[in-house]
Design a protein. Structure first.
Length: 383
């Protein structure tokens, strides 16, 4: 169908102030307007509803739909609208309408049919899809209007807006609903995010000793020493740790799969007693997102002066200060090199550059400045 033609018809209906729009769902046409509740409805006030016309989205169908829309608009204006005239048609004349709630269930089934269901994919589904899908009107049909309503309710040029456009574009393609969200996606980039006010390493160490619970002190020490995601503390090879292996191994059921992480600082492994594994009472059968939330809530309730993810950010900046190659740091954090660079390179301040310079120049095995015969004395190597 010519979507431009449908747009022009709706523009004419708007100019005429009919209060009615024509919408296409799959290959059928519907009228949408603010109408009184249907007979036997529990609602008491008029609200936006659709009327199935039982006609196809063809050129002839559009002409008839526009006529029906003007007729409906006239009935509404004269307060002569009655549901009886629109509910008499045999049910089989109308295309069965799939609510958003049912559509999401189908999409979820398809999502896990095309990938293994594990902690990683379950977390992605909950965070990147379901958390956005549940904002849609569950009892309605998925249409460009209600998609855009959810998108425009988010802050422009934000991470939330970008994720919302991604998720809703996916379900729109699945439902064959034509909507272009590219203009709404915005300019969000981690480069534009203001760096957090990260705690100093001294503050991190002092806070460790202020935590009374041995189990949660151990969790804190692991987050600080290895820059782990909240839930990853509970997805480790604890046997290796207990045997004194300071290189932690994260299991397959973490957000980005298995990997190994080295400590920054290695001294904290012994100082914080991380070999002595102590886990707080947390249900490990929960999703990664749920476990991560437990950690965040504990930090907040016990007034830790920064969020747990700040410890992860500190590890990343510390690794850069220490001169760890970006590709290695990215692998250890479970990032791509591109994402790692976007997230952390613009966080490096002059203080970090100065520290890295001092570490570099004070290395005993660094290259020596060349000395030219006859000019060894009195010449500065740098200003």
């Amino acid at each position: 169908m010519n979507h431009l033609a449908l747009t022009k018809i709706n523009d004419r209906l708007k100019i005429a102030q009919t209060g009615v729009r024509i919408q296409q769902v799959s290959n059928r046409l519907y009228l949408r307007a603010t109408l009184p509740p249907k007979p036997n409805s529990t609602k008491t006030k008029p609200y936006q509803q659709r009327i199935a016309l039982g006609i196809y989205a063809s050129d002839e169908g559009l002409k008839r739909a526009e006529a029906e829309a003007r007729l409906l608009g006239g009935l509404i204006a004269c307060k002569n609208f009655r549901w009886d005239a629109y509910l008499k048609a045999p049910p089989d004349e109308f295309l069965p309408v799939e609510t958003i709630e049912v559509l999401i269930q189908r999409f979820e089934k398809y999502y896990f049919q095309t990938r293994e269901r594990n902690q990683q994919t379950q977390t992605t589904w909950l965070i990147d899809y379901w958390r956005i899908f549940k904002k849609l009107p569950q009892t309605e049909v998925l249409l460009p209007d209600n998609i855009l309503e959810v998108v425009t309710a988010t802050v422009p040029d934000s991470k939330t807006r970008k994720r919302t456009c991604m998720a809703l574009s996916a379900i729109a393609r699945f439902a064959q609903v034509e909507v272009n969200l590219k203009p709404y996606k915005g300019r969000y980039s981690p480069r534009l995010v203001t760096p957090r006010d990260l705690p100093t390493d001294t503050t991190i160490a002092k806070t460790f000793y202020e935590i009374e619970s041995e189990a949660w002190r151990w969790v804190y020490g692991m987050l600080a020493t290895y820059g782990l995601r909240n839930h990853e503390v509970f997805r480790l090879d604890f046997v290796a740790l207990a045997n004194g292996n300071y290189i932690v191994s994260i299991g397959e059921n973490s957000k980005t799969g298995s990997r190994r992480v080295w400590p920054c600082y290695p001294e904290w492994f012994a100082e914080f007693g991380l070999q002595n594994v102590r886990l707080p009472q947390v249900d490990l059968n929960q999703s990664n997102a749920a476990i991560g939330h437990v950690v965040t809530v504990w930090f907040r309730r016990h007034q830790i002066p920064f969020a747990p993810y700040n410890l992860r950010h500190c590890w990343a900046v510390r690794a850069l200060e220490f001169g760890l190659d970006i590709s290695l740091a990215a692998q250890q954090m479970g990032h791509s090199a591109k994402v790692h660079s976007e997230l952390y390179h613009h966080w490096i301040s002059e203080k970090h550059h100065q520290r890295a310079f001092e570490l570099m120049t004070n290395k005993s095995d660094r290259p020596l400045v060349p000395k030219i015969l006859g000019h060894q004395n009195g010449v500065k190597s740098f200003d």
